[in-house]
Design a protein around this ligand. Structure first.
Ligand code: FMN
Ligand code: ATP
Length: 281
């Protein structure tokens, strides 16, 4: 996958050629709604012999526009999002640096300079995609702004239990500790990558001190039933997400045999153990 970083006033360098089918959005979590956008784009690209491309933004627009809820912690921090896009088969990823200057760009200039700059032949986004200054562009506006130079597919709202599948709703579930409900929205259990800073063997248990990156969204403090993949085997365990120092945690793994530990692990949150006390250990 080719990754193209762009910072305003730079724009994608237009190149002639087969052109692309372009999925648009922030895509935090790459949840089931996002997956539908990406699958639709991939399908259209294959059918029409186009390159499969994605245009996303970083950091989250809420960090530069006036917003009551500024998002600095992500369900999928950029390296993980890139891995997911690559796995899905994206061949070109545009990451637009979202700053104040870029946010002031009008909807029509965004389409003329950025969308058309990718040699987009088919743009794909969800029913509620917005773009341009004050988010004034929507999917109807995109039809006008395209001036017939590319096709547009709008993906209908995907819902689960009468809730729009959204990054916001997944964050709300995590903030309540309801990690067991996440797969219906995300498509899998919520996972975070953690570095092991220290470990101790205690009978058949292994105690790991772990650190997560500062931009990783963590669930409500508490004790969680988790699963960690070690040497291609899923090991059950418990993780304590502390109240303070939220990026540090303790993981207990129930191990029969000794394994060589990697420097980082992926922790999968299965359920919250309501009755166990929260520790700052
Ligand atoms: C060129 C451009 C300018 C934008 N300016 C604003 C803005 O002034 N205010 C705002 O709330 N959002 C603005 N946005 C953010 C969009 O409303 C939206 O959050 C972003 O395009 C990601 O779309 P998604 O959240 O539907 O994935 C802008 C987006 C683009 C592409
Ligand atoms: N449930 C959904 N059904 C269809 N399209 C969706 C859905 N959720 C998001 N999309 C589309 O996916 C793209 C990325 O959207 P975005 O990153 O804003 O996701 P979101 O989950 O709605 O995020 P947030 O909760 O922060 O608004 C956009 O084109 C958006 O319209």
């Amino acid at each position: 996958m080719e990754i193209v970083h762009i910072k305003y006033p730079d724009k994608p360098a237009f190149t002639e050629g087969k052109g692309c089918a372009l999925a648009l959005g922030f895509f935090d979590g790459v949840h089931i709604g996002h997956q539908k956008i990406l699958e639709t784009t991939k399908h259209l690209a294959v059918k029409a012999g186009l390159e499969f491309a994605v245009m996303t933004f970083y950091p989250h627009p809420s960090t530069v526009i006036q917003s009551s809820n500024v998002i600095t912690k992500y369900l999928t921090p950029m390296p993980k999002k890139q891995q997911i896009f690559e796995h899905i088969g994206v061949s070109k990823l545009y990451i637009i640096h979202f700053d104040k200057e870029f946010a002031r760009l009008s909807h029509s200039d965004f389409v003329d300079d950025y969308v058309k700059g990718t040699n987009c032949k088919h743009a794909v986004a969800g029913f509620d995609f917005s773009y341009g200054y004050r988010g004034k562009g929507d999917m109807q506006q995109l039809v006008l702004d395209s001036k017939g130079e590319f096709e547009i597919t709008t993906v209908n709202k995907m819902e689960e239990n009468n809730h729009k599948i959204s990054s916001t709703y997944i964050r709300q579930l995590l903030m309540k500790g309801e990690v067991n409900c996440i797969p219906s929205f995300l498509g899998e259990y919520y996972k975070v990558v953690a570095n092991i800073s220290a470990y101790q063997k205690k009978q058949n248990k292994l105690k790991l001190n772990v650190n997560m990156d500062q931009d990783v969204f963590l669930p409500l403090p508490g004790t969680y039933k988790v699963s960690v993949n070690l040497n291609e085997t899923n090991i059950s365990g418990t993780m304590i997400v502390p109240n303070h120092n939220r990026s540090h945690g303790t993981v207990w793994l129930f191990m029969k045999n000794y394994v060589v530990l990697p420097t980082s692990i992926t922790i999968q949150f299965l359920s919250r153990k309501e009755l166990l006390s929260v520790s700052n250990e």
